[in-house]
Design a protein around this ligand. Structure first.
Ligand code: HEM
Length: 325
């Protein structure tokens, strides 16, 4: 009986010392004594890749969302499974651009060529650093990232449940709410669509036969509708795409929110943030005040980066980001 009490107190104490929250281990200077230059090494790779292609920044930024919302921020989105059952073969992840994955693989290679850093930095942390750098180097806010994630070992196609571009406000709030993100976080994070592009399948439902007696989505600006119908005719070229932010497609700014005010959001899930009166005030605030958007974006990205973080107990530092050790 006494043994039981000792065990019980030890068990309870261990919870007090290290509460079972996944965020406990994350901290900005996690690699200070392990790989002190981790952030400058990753940044160098992001800069280089951005000089090669304008797709690099949006593709790398999108990865953090697709990683963290599925099984937590554990780089499960990077795993290639020989049997074909992995996240990136889901319909949602199929539109992730190879250049985004390439940023992470090149950063990992650059880190591994440094003897101090070899096999010490998780792919999950590289995704978080690269996303931040993509934002900063595109003109967005600079912020400190929390580090210390471990990589997961599992990736399954069936685990991918990401919001669809046709989602309404309730569906968006439900998906983000399920991982502890508020409506304001969701709206701020949607502001990531201030850079990058989407292929016709992501918005063509808004252009033709939208609903009974509705040839197109009534929330679309008529001039923008005309332009999009030319970019994406009913039988569109599979390579055709439109920018998510028409005015400044490669600049991280608040123009995305100003576009929504003019009916120029590209995805249904973008435009609904303005159409629905419950989220319109926040869109108006971010459209009027870029700093308010930047502050909310940094807060939300930090919260996004804390989702389902793995520890040494249930994760590993993957040697090759594409495969579990
Ligand atoms: C609110 C729910 C969201 C939905 C429904 C959504 C959906 C989409 C879709 C359908 C595309 C275009 C895919 C294609 O056709 O190639 C896209 C692109 C993109 N998304 Fe989102 N997304 C959401 C939130 C986010 C978040 C939270 C982030 C990052 C923090 C993000 C970052 C991006 C970026 C940067 C692109 C452009 C990618 C490129 O140019 O390759 N998205 N998103």
């Amino acid at each position: 009986m006494e043994n039981f009490h000792v065990l019980l107190s030890f068990f309870l104490l261990s919870f007090i010392i290290s509460p079972p929250t996944a965020t406990a281990q994350l901290r900005p200077n996690y690699y200070a004594n392990i790989c002190p230059n981790v952030e400058s090494i990753v940044r160098g790779v992001v800069i280089q890749k951005m000089q090669q292609t304008p797709i690099a920044a949006p593709a790398a930024l999108r990865l953090i969302f697709h990683d963290c919302l599925v099984r937590g921020c554990d780089a499960s989105v990077m795993i290639i499974s020989p049997n074909g059952d992995d996240e990136w073969r889901s319909p949602e992840d199929m539109t992730l651009k190879p250049d985004g994955f390439d940023v992470i693989l090149k950063a990992k290679a650059a880190l591994d060529s440094n003897p101090r850093c070899r096999n010490k930095v998780s792919c999950a942390d590289i995704i978080v650093i690269a996303a931040r750098d993509a934002v900063v180097l595109s003109g967005g806010p600079s912020y400190q990232v929390e580090l210390g994630r471990y990589d997961g070992r599992i990736s399954r196609t069936s685990s991918v449940h990401l919001p669809l571009p046709t989602a309404n406000l309730d569906q968006l709030n439900a998906m983000f709410g399920a991982v502890g993100l508020s409506q304001i976080d969701m709206i701020a994070l949607s502001g990531a669509h201030t850079i990058g592009a989407a292929g016709c399948p992501s918005f063509i439902n808004r252009l033709y036969n939208y609903a009974p007696n509705r040839p197109s989505d009534p929330s679309l600006n008529p001039g923008f509708l005309f332009q999009l119908q030319r970019t994406c005719p009913r039988f569109f070229n599979p390579a055709a795409f439109a920018f998510l932010d028409q005015s400044t497609p490669s600049r991280f700014d608040n123009a995305y929110f100003q576009n929504l005010q003019r009916g120029m959001g590209l995805l249904g899930s973008d435009q609904v943030l303005y159409t629905d009166p419950r989220s319109r005030n926040t869109v108006n605030l971010f459209a009027a005040n870029q700093q308010a958007f930047f502050n909310a974006f940094v807060t939300a990205m930090t919260k996004l980066g804390r989702i389902g973080v793995k520890t040494a107990a249930n994760g590993e530092i993957r040697r090759d980001c594409g495969f579990p050790n």
